[in-house]
Design a protein around this ligand. Sequence first.
Ligand code: B3K
Ligand code: ZN
Length: 884
Amino acid sequence: MREGQTTVIRREDYAAPAYWIDSVELTFDLDPAKTRVLNKMRLRRNPEVAAQALKLDGEELNLARVLVNGQGTSFKTEGDQLVLENLPTVTDAFDLEIFTTCAPEKNSKLMGLYVSQGTFFTQCEAEGFRRITYFLDRPDVMASYTVTLRADKKKYPVLLSNGNLVEQGDLDGGRHYAKWVDPHKKPCYLFALVAGQLVAREQRIKARNGREHLLQVYVRPGDLDKTEHAMNSLMASIAWDEARFKLPLDLDRFMIVATSDFNMGAMENKGLNVFNTKFVLASQATATDVDYANIESVVGHEYFHNWTGNRVTCRDWFQLSLKEGLTVFRDQEFSMDLAGEASARAVKRIEDVRVLRTAQFPEDAGPMAHPVRPDSYIEINNFYTVTVYEKGSEVVRMQQTLTSREGFAKGMALYFQRHDGQAVTCDDFAQAIADANPSSELARLLPQFKRWYSQAGTPQVAARGHYDAAAQRYTLTLTQSCPPTPGQAEKLPFVIPVALGLLYADGLEIPGSARTVVLSDAQTEVVFEGVASEPVPSLLRGFSAPVVLRYDYSDAELLTLLAHDSDPFNRWEAGQRLALKRALATIASGATEQPLDAAYLDAMRAVLRHPQLDAAFKELVLTLPSETYIAEQLEVVDPQRVHAVREAMRGQLALELREDWAWAYEQHHDTGAYRPDAVSSGRRALAGLALAMLCLAARETGDVVWPGKTYQRFKDAGNMTDRFNALAALVQSGHALARDALQRFHALFKNEALVLDKWFALQAGASDRGGDVLPAVKQLMKHPDFTLKNPNRARSLIFSYCSANPGAFHRADAAGYVYWSERVLELDALNPQVAARLARALDRWKKLAEPYRHAAREAIARVAAKPDLSNDVREVVSRALAEE
Ligand code: B3K
Ligand code: ZN
């Protein structure tokens, strides 16, 4: 049912709830066609709010009965809400019983209670609980839950919910039941149930404080051998949170359950995390190193939510970054601490910054730009964004930078001391960090610092240096500004920690020059005395703030930084800047041939052959900035031109360094028995890049040896990383062997859904060297393994084409955009959340050159003109078309 009402929800309209729900007893009679839900609540009026009707949220429910204190009562419905006016007037508690039914098997939105491969799952965040029963579906209403599940014992032998299993037994008619009690109060978005045929890997552990816990990872029978890494990641997460933040597990039992039908990565339901299989299942034969790393980080992320999100939750959904930004920060730190030494930490930091700059910076500059704490929304699901998550994490990271690692840990302790068991705001968080560090820069500048929460847009920091040789003085001037964003024309200065240091031209760091400058005015000057010769500034070390740094570096300066900076992040950044300069100059010149000069190629060769640098770091330096990142630097983007120039750069890098690539491959391809650790995965990554380059070079030279070797590698590989890298090298270079390799790959993995996703994604993301991509994508939609209903599969084919393959998607004949608009509409009828994500693929249409710009606008307008769009998609397309 589409209501078609678009209500804008505003942060400033927040009002405390008129009623509290203290406890909930839920009884489910699970049936895919018609599940019966009995909801017995104990409520009381909130004495601090004027007496008013009780309005409960509901969606797609069939209401059968409402009882107040056991008696029938009058009620009405207003839109989706159930309204009760004649409630007991005293503020004493009263019982409310509501009986409804719903149809899980018809639930294709995957919000609320649904069925995936014969198993029941729930997803309640943000507003899915209202699709299960009538409730005050808002995070500041926290209740105690008792849940009884009843179902057919054969079909649903495993019955799970939050907390502790207190009772179970058989019922008549082949049914059975299980009763769960959650010892912790929680908002309803953290409720979960799972019922089906599942098996579990189990592990009993004893925490530092002596408490014993049972850990379980539930999967479908047959997948148990792919759960070891997830379990190890969970144990590592528990140990890390105890060690770094003194936060223990507060439950006897902690469960993870995997499902293949899931809208996002995973969900932190109290004690019963539900995960996309993509972030649980791994074996060396089916998962790549990147998958292993993602599993570690998502398992960590959901586990860390147990404190940052569950014990202390959000007052309202505008505060989403309170839990998400903080928990991303925690999972990033976790992965970094696990990576160990400095170079591996830097690799993780570079990867995280790359995500921020290629996904969040464009968001911040486009029609969906919003502050880390948004001011309004139509559909909250549209605000689970890279801004709330990744920029939110950077905002937390800056708070750590401004208070020190120890100071920040003290701040976290104070935050829990003050707010455990509460639903709070981003202000409460920053206040606790500042109050625990009264003499810090954060405390001094707190009101201004909090502009990071309220102002959208990516700030720019322009740096200028002046060297006075006579006085041996170097003056660095830093100026900040921030472009306007929709609804925010003027921006006030941010508090920007700029970590920096100075190098002499020979690469030696000037002693005492390293520091963190806190830029809080529009402009500031930093003076360095006793500087013997003109220095090279290394600015924004470690990417100390989520800003665009402008400094007019010469090639010589960048080469110095690339070769010598003590900060590995800035070494990488110097390489990226060298490449970007060349890309931009070539794009501007109109020519495409030979974008790379000897200076750049020599520098890259030196990095590749460097005796000390890590393989993982080399792989990052030798990877060119993405087309998306290059496009963001331009006022007007011709995606075909960006694509052609970057491909020319890649081709040149491949050809001119081919002996070095061959050397790199021979040096790194053998990584021994498979282990997904930082060192060996770094070696595999570099060997993979080398193969890709060697296949690319072979196109020019007519060499048949390397493609042949690559094909052999594809066939013999002992792990998915090597196998997939070899396959990708053939596909991306458009080699004739790719066809056969793709077929073999499919035959080998036809029963492995997650591997088939890779197979679809690789073809949809392929370069046009192998032929026209769009017809191939359309053909793949007819493949028996394709289905639009499974979000992973839809993303693997459609998103890989529309969002991750700009060279193939932006076609002069507009066929890519037509395809996009058709899929958005088709998906919207099934699953609006997934559709709205796809709808964002054309966010940056205003930047496009003609004829793309006009065609893109038309495609968006076509979607917007559809009368019964979901709120999700409508919000995205109407913001895209807004004149601002
Ligand atoms: N909190 C969930 C996201 C829920 C998204 C709802 N549309 C996963 C996470 O961030 O851990
Ligand atoms: Zn999260």
